[in-house]
Write a protein that binds this ligand. Structure first.
Ligand SMILES: [Zn+2]
Length: 254
């Protein structure tokens, strides 16, 4: 059994929200994936209400709502998403939304997530733009430290900063990570070996599989990832933790 913990809607599929959801459903069936976490993005053409209307038609999906922490009503918007629209967590994208994790408003929003007992997934991929904006692992760990009752998922495992992120995650009970995007992005063995090393170092706990669809198709991501994980010698028990068990016990499935 498999859970894909990091998916977006493909806005180029047929232009509709329901069409994009139907397409993920079709690809999940094709790849025999059980359940998934679909991430709403403010930059996409659908409101959180429209996203929620579609999301609730698919029992195998849960959704995370994306709000801009610097906007005036971000906490209210987020709370509305959780309490009234059926979202299960908060998605933050400091690179695309152009804000720093050190902003006090980010802390307030993350504390609000902790009060509602829902996790916060933060993009942690250091591409050139993110590096120029001041990407730093320390900002992630400081935020997790000042919000001890909020659970965080550091998406993409910090890319090539994966060793730093792992060392920090080991000191923070409330931090989890997903391997999406990074695991297939770096076309060199060194980063992949580091990601596997970090999985081992964390005893294959607190780390989830994700595809970051539509970057690649659901099936292509899964096939490529499985091939590497098996080549690197993961046992069936270790594979099961990363691909299913960790996410199954972390997320609250409907
Ligand atoms: Zn993503």
């Amino acid at each position: 059994m498999i859970i894909d913990s990091h998916i977006h809607l493909d806005e180029n599929f047929d232009g509709t929200c329901i069409g994009a959801f139907n397409e993920i459903e079709r690809q999940f069936n094709e790849s025999h994936i059980e359940k998934g976490v679909v991430l709403h993005l403010e930059s996409q053409p659908w409101s959180m209400e429209e996203f929620s209307n579609c999301l609730l038609k698919f029992p195998r999906f849960i959704g995370f709502v994306n709000t801009d922490p610097l906007k005036k009503d971000s906490i209210k918007t987020f709370q509305h998403g959780i309490k009234n629209l059926g979202f299960s967590g908060l998605k933050l994208h400091p690179r695309l939304q152009v804000f720093s994790l050190t902003e006090p408003l980010v802390e307030s929003l993350c504390l609000a997530a902790g009060e509602l007992d829902v996790p916060v997934l933060i993009d942690a991929f250091p591409d050139g733009s993110h590096l120029m904006q001041g990407f730093s692992p320390i900002n992630y760990s400081k935020l997790a430290s000042v919000c001890p009752n909020t659970k965080f998922i550091w998406a993409h495992m910090g890319g090539h900063y994966v060793l730093d992120f792992m060392m920090l995650a080991k000191r923070l009970k409330n931090v989890y990570m997903d391997i999406s995007y990074s695991f297939l992005y770096y076309q060199c063995d060194s980063v992949i070996d580091n990601i596997i090393y970090c999985m081992r170092s964390m005893n294959f706990d607190k780390i989830f599989y994700g595809s970051d669809y539509p970057d690649r198709s659901i099936k292509t991501s899964l096939d490529m990832s499985m091939k590497i994980l098996k080549k690197k010698g993961l046992t069936d028990i270790q594979l099961k933790k990363i691909l299913f068990e960790n996410a199954n016990s972390f997320f609250k499935w409907g």
